[in-house]
Design a protein around this ligand. Structure first.
Ligand code: PAF
Length: 285
């Protein structure tokens, strides 16, 4: 595996590649990222992973400064998993000062995550578009844990006619259900025991819908109340349609199998997000 920091060196290295499969990350890698790498290996003869903590997707009061940076451990892990190129650009390589142009994502980017993290998807789309232009992958792999991100990136690829196929990867969970995430490292031992409640809450709502409930607002409200009772500060618990993330029809006209339940809540000082399908479907997002 080669580690490359500069755009021109990346271009030279990738000129030899037939089919590039790309996994963009912000580092501090865990088994969830490794599942993306595994998928990438099945789709390309050259696997590129990037590590770049993207300042543009952090709000002014968010954790950009304390976001865990573990480049050497990540490098070793990626090398062991058969990654061919690790692209770890420096800040100046990615962003001129200032970066005046940004991707304007669609209105859905102002809902759910976007409602609580204004500008988040401007930052994500801008860096992903830049990384796509630098790496020029044939395939890029994104995790379903960041479901809204996955949908918005898919839309960007379609609407900007980017010749890139987006593959999705199932969320990888700890045995107790907690979705793996770099921010789990912030949890204290006691919080770590409590943390899977977010997943259990979403799963319980999804199971009720699978059994025929269509009073989504009640289900969302009771999920929020249960989390709040256990000390969480809830941003949203939302039932949405899997295609396009629109709000489902209030009279339950949407097929329940197409619905998903998303949530974001803070435990102590750690904000966690997760989502589940009403009916889990491998390979679909
Ligand atoms: O999902 C992430 O880790 C980030 O949002 C991404 C896609 C690498 C962009 O910075």
């Amino acid at each position: 595996m080669v580690v490359i920091q500069a755009a021109d060196a990346l271009r030279d290295r990738l000129a030899q590649a037939e089919r590039v499969a790309f996994v963009p990350t912000m580092g501090n890698l865990h088994a969830g990222h490794m599942s993306l790498v595994e998928i990438a290996r099945r789709h390309g003869d050259c696997v590129v992973a990037s590590i770049f903590v993207n300042r543009l997707q952090f709000g002014p009061n968010e954790d950009f400064d304390r976001y865990p940076r573990t480049l050497e451990a990540d490098r070793i892990e990626l090398e062991q998993r058969g990654v061919d190129v690790l692209f770890a650009p420096r800040e100046h390589e990615m962003y001129p000062v200032p970066q005046l142009y940004r991707v304007q994502p669609p209105p859905i980017a102002d809902e759910l995550e976007g409602a609580f993290r204004p500008g988040f998807f401007h930052g994500v789309c801008t860096v992903v578009l830049k990384l796509f232009n630098l790496v020029q992958p044939d395939v890029a792999v994104f995790g379903k844990k960041d479901r809204q991100q996955l949908k918005i990136v898919r839309g960007m690829v379609q609407q900007f006619n980017l010749p890139i196929h987006i593959e999705s990867a199932e969320t990888v969970r700890a045995d107790d259900g907690l979705a793996l995430a770099s921010r789990n490292n912030y949890l204290s031992a006691t919080e770590r025991v409590e943390a899977p409640r977010l997943y259990r809450t979403l799963r319980a709502i999804a199971d009720e819908i699978a059994e025929g409930r269509t009073d989504y607002a009640n289900l969302e409200a009771s999920g929020r109340a249960d989390l709040a009772k256990h000390g969480w500060k809830v941003d949203y618990i939302a039932v949405r349609h899997g295609l396009g993330l629109r709000i489902p029809h209030p009279e339950g006209l949407d097929h329940p199998h197409l619905l998903i339940v998303l949530g974001a809540a803070t435990l102590g000082s750690t904000r966690l997000i997760d989502n589940v399908d009403v009916v889990p479907k491998d390979g679909e997002d």
